[in-house]
Write a protein that binds this ligand. Structure first.
Ligand code: UD1
Length: 432
């Protein structure tokens, strides 16, 4: 099993290129199922999660050509060979559940395993299923599988989500592109990945309006064609390195990062005392000597502070000059990094959805264990700040969402290495 070994204390100076967004790419790949013509994605991130999704797509009959060095992948589903997504595949990565809607829309039926819970919470899919029912699908749950059928096709519907769900918004959008009539999604998620998916679907010939606002209107079409689409920059990867730069000190330019997608984080970093400069080419984050200021925040749907950057922000605040309070409002169990950060000397108490972080002057390197994708990278950030050596076990979590993490940090002077301890990789467990 791989470990990440970090010698803390080095400042970060240089340029970090930001990869295509994992969370966008996974849904864009699912969009390829809607058409019998090829969908080509450029700026395609090569990650454990996207490789995994590609494996599932192949079992459904999608032909894939992926030039990893060029970050270009083409997905072609001239025919759907199977409409079944088995438990073993969906359990490992929730986003694979998103093949249900496109299969249902294209061939009228699909059998997809329920994803189940994951490390950060129960994460039900009731909103996804309600949306398909509203569009006329028959949904049955049998032995852990969702069996969905709409043999005479999906119908446009008015769907009002009781609370914001990124996955349900994207899933309903995908299916509605081939529904008969107009679908209106109210209280829709406004994450940048939704806009990216809408742009891709429209390039394929769909008619999606209002993505990026709370109301999305989809005028169904009888068929979609092929397209070439550039995956947006990963705002979570960019935000992670922005926090890393503020944590380690120095000056880092995040090439390709989109400031518009990261306003809440930029406000947070500025309040903490880092300097942030933005341009169309990217975001520059700098921090001088001295301790940062404490900052309290709540996670919230976009444009609020992203839950996927909460763990990284907590790592930064562990050495702030005072107390911060973090409230996690999206997932019920997303503070598993707190006890690991405490192993490095952080002073954090968690009560329900609230964590109080009392800043300490210094963290000290220690062996720690990654618990999920974003938590694991918070330990990397803490390791960069700590005195001495931090060893992070279970880094397969990192590989799900961060492309060439060690290389990107090392290029800026970070003392970050990957080692192998010979133990086998366990079966992965999903988390955001
Ligand atoms: C996506 C992101 C994840 C991010 C999250 C919130 C991907 C692959 N993952 O996850 O990285 O942390 O958005 O920004 O894009 N819920 C229900 N019923 C449903 C659907 C969701 O109760 O049918 C709940 C969830 O358990 C959670 C909340 O709604 O508490 C928000 O979840 P959602 O926005 O759907 O997250 P995901 O799309 O799974």
């Amino acid at each position: 099993m791989d470990q990440i070994v970090i010698s803390g204390g080095a400042r970060l100076n240089g340029v970090i290129p930001i990869s295509g967004a994992k969370n966008s790419a996974l849904k864009l790949m699912a969009a390829a199922l809607l058409s019998d013509e090829p969908l080509t994605l450029t700026n395609m991130p090569h990650l454990a999660d996207t490789r995994f999704m590609a494996g599932l797509m192949e079992t459904l009959g999608v032909r894939i050509e992926w030039v990893k060095e060029a970050s270009v992948a083409s997905f072609h589903a001239p025919e759907i060979a199977s409409t079944i997504a088995p438990y073993d595949l969906v359990r490992k990565m929730r986003a694979s559940f998103n093949v249900l809607g496109p299969l249902l829309a294209r061939v009228g039926h699909a059998t997809v395993s329920l994803p189940g819970g994951c490390a950060i919470g129960a994460r039900p899919v009731n909103l996804h299923l309600k949306a398909f029912e509203a569009m006329g699908a028959d949904i049955h749950i049998e032995r852990g599988y969702v069996k969905a059928a709409a043999l005479r096709g999906l119908k446009g519907a008015e769907i009002s989500f009781p609370f914001v769900s990124v996955g349900a918004t994207e899933h309903a959008m995908l299916a509605a592109t081939l529904a008969d009539g107009v679908t209106v999604l109210s209280n829709a998620a406004q994450e940048p990945e939704i806009g990216d998916l809408a742009a891709c679907l429209n390039a394929m010939g769909a008619d999606v309006r209002g993505a990026g606002t709370a109301t999305i209107e989809i005028h169904g079409k009888t068929r979609l064609g092929g397209a070439t689409h550039h995956v947006i920059a990963d705002r979570i990867e960019a935000g992670t390195y922005a926090i890393a730069a503020a944590a380690a000190g120095g000056k880092v330019f995040l090439k390709g990062a989109r400031a518009d997608d990261l306003q809440a984080l930029i406000g947070f970093l500025t309040d903490a005392g880092a300097t942030v400069a933005t341009s169309v080419e990217g975001i520059e984050v700098a921090r001088g000597p001295g301790r940062l200021s404490p900052v309290s925040f709540d996670t919230a749907p976009h444009p609020g502070f992203p839950t996927d950057l909460q763990a990284q922000a907590m790592a930064l605040l562990t050495t702030a000059d005072g107390d911060s309070v973090i409230r996690e409002t999206i997932f019920e169990n997303r503070f598993m990094h707190a006890p690991e950060l405490a192993r490095l000397g952080a002073d954090i108490s968690v009560r329900g959805a609230e964590a109080q972080v009392r800043g300490v002057p210094t963290l000290f390197g220690a062996p720690v264990m990654a618990t999920d994708l974003r938590a694991s990278v918070s330990l990397v950030i803490a390791g960069l700040m700590a005195e001495g050596v931090t060893r992070i076990a279970r880094v397969y979590h990192l590989d799900r969402g961060f492309e060439r993490l060690e290389a990107k940090l090392a290029a800026c002077g970070g003392q970050v290495k990957r080692t192998k301890d010979g133990a086998p990789e366990p079966a992965t467990e999903d988390a955001a």
